[in-house]
Write a protein that binds this ligand. Structure first.
Ligand SMILES: *Cc1c(COP(=O)(O)O)cnc(C)c1O
Length: 445
């Protein structure tokens, strides 16, 4: 790896990394990949159980998606998306419209998740501005939320690790104390509560609802917060409250969409239609940067007017609606249909959760094993519900050990998790490695 890793470090500033850590763990140079596995230039293999940042959905180098992209690239690689269009993107919208929650029918494309969030926030504000409610100009979000890294998206985020230092330059957000099921302050558990914690949302809406444009939520699963899972009832209540105060509900399904939670979209669990839904990550199977917000006819109509009324949504990204990404995205949906992906993933999920629980719940430092779809998270604790000191970097130590043993498990603080491609087969192998490494690291700390 030597020479390539050295050259990498000479030039590259890697995302979300303390670069000094690379002194001890140099970048791993990946040569090729297939299915669940990445292969480095020295021939080592890594099971990608984090789906390369949660986006690889149907395995690396999936033959069908590869073919779709190869075919598309010889026809049209990119075209300006104002006034021009192409068949792959139209087909994509047609297919998505059929499976999205009822009422979501207008698609606005961007090229990464954060940008889709920003675009939805702008469109929400502009909607209110143009429909006689210019006072609705603030945004609400939950504690521990994650919506991306650009300034608007980071503002609505609530994970201090990412946003703390930038607070002086971020938007002034209305923060709602969100659900915390593992450490429920009401002493309830997520399978049989009435979402007592929803009272915080009610109070904030009462106080700030009139000046609020939209609330952003990660439905059911706060991913970056450590795969925190909360019940669908919370979303049902939120939908009602939003209607009452004319606040848009922006569902950030960038991580939860595309079957990750066992249904095509997390909103399906609560049977709600948000006013905006943001998608990215799984959208192209993890192949190409593409994102979209989808909204309703009603919102779209508020922008539809003679040009000189200045009501258009003047938002663009150069690569909006890219044909290669659209071709990959269409093929992803074809594969879902033809290969019964969701049903099979749900069958795997039962087994995966069982073997993870069987192993990890024997360790006294495991506070909780929580799961939704194929996502399984293991929260490590000092004892009971008391967190480990983050300075110990328990998760990071397990990450390094697991890598040496061929499994890519990038943890979130003291939470180690699996968010594998939906086609995962080697569940026993990855669970065994993760368990052995966790046990050993815990033993040494
Ligand atoms: C990844 C993610 C984003 C940001 O998407 P990027 O493409 O990384 O900008 C936003 N929200 C959620 C829930 C995500 O998981």
């Amino acid at each position: 790896m030597g020479n390539w890793a050295e050259k990498d470090l000479k030039y590259i500033w890697h995302p979300c990394s303390q670069m000094k850590d690379y002194e001890e763990l140099p970048p791993i140079v990946i040569d090729h990949a297939k299915g669940l596995y990445l292969y480095d230039i020295e021939g080592n293999r890594y099971a990608d159980v984090v789906s390369s940042w949660w986006c690889n959905l149907l395995g690396h180098c999936n033959p069908r998606i590869n073919k779709a992209v190869k075919t598309q690239i010889d026809k049209l690689e990119h075209v300006i998306f104002a006034n021009f269009t192409h068949k792959p993107v139209i087909t994509l919208c047609e297919k998505l419209a059929k499976i999205l929650p009822e009422g979501l029918c207008k698609f606005n494309f961007t090229d990464n998740g954060s940008s889709a969030i920003e675009a939805a926030m702008k469109a929400s504000f502009q909607y209110h501005y143009q429909t006689g409610n210019p006072q609705k100009k603030r945004f609400m979000a939950l504690t521990d939320a994650y919506h991306g890294e650009t300034i608007g998206a980071l503002s609505v985020g609530g994970v201090d690790l990412y946003s703390e230092i930038y607070k002086p330059i971020l938007l002034d957000i209305i923060r709602i104390q969100g659900p915390d099921c593992f450490r429920c302050p009401y002493g309830k558990c997520r399978d049989n509560c009435e979402c007592e914690c929803f009272e915080h949302a009610e109070k904030m809406f009462e106080q700030f609802g009139d000046e609020t444009s939209a609330i952003l939520v990660e439905p059911l699963l706060q991913g970056s917060a450590g795969m925190k899972i909360y019940p669908p009832l919370y979303l049902k209540k939120l939908r009602k409250l939003c209607d009452e105060y004319k606040v848009h509900l922006i569902a950030d399904e960038i991580a939860t969409g595309y079957g990750r939670t066992g249904k095509m979209f997390a909103c399906n669990h609560a049977e709600i239609t948000p006013d905006f839904m943001c998608l990215s990550k799984g959208l192209t199977g993890g192949y190409m940067p593409m994102a979209v917000f989808v909204t309703t006819q009603k919102i779209y109509d508020a922008f539809y007017a003679d040009y000189n009324e200045n009501k258009a949504f003047m938002h663009s990204h150069t690569y909006s609606g890219n044909p290669l990404a659209a071709a990959a995205a269409v093929e992803v949906l074809n594969i879902f249909e033809d290969e019964n992906i969701l049903k099979k993933a749900n069958e795997k999920a039962v087994y995966f959760n069982k073997i993870i629980k069987d192993k990890f719940l024997t360790l006294k430092n495991v506070g909780e094993v929580r799961s939704i779809g194929l996502i399984n998270a293991i929260e490590l604790v000092k004892h009971d519900k008391v967190p480990f000191d983050s300075k110990l970097r328990i998760g990071y130590q397990i990450y390094k050990k697991a890598l040496k043993n061929g499994v890519l498990l990038r943890p979130l603080g003291n939470v180690i998790y699996f968010n594998p491609p939906l086609i995962i087969d080697d569940m026993d192998f990855v669970t065994d490695v993760a368990f052995k490494c966790t046990k050993e690291i815990l033993h040494n700390n």
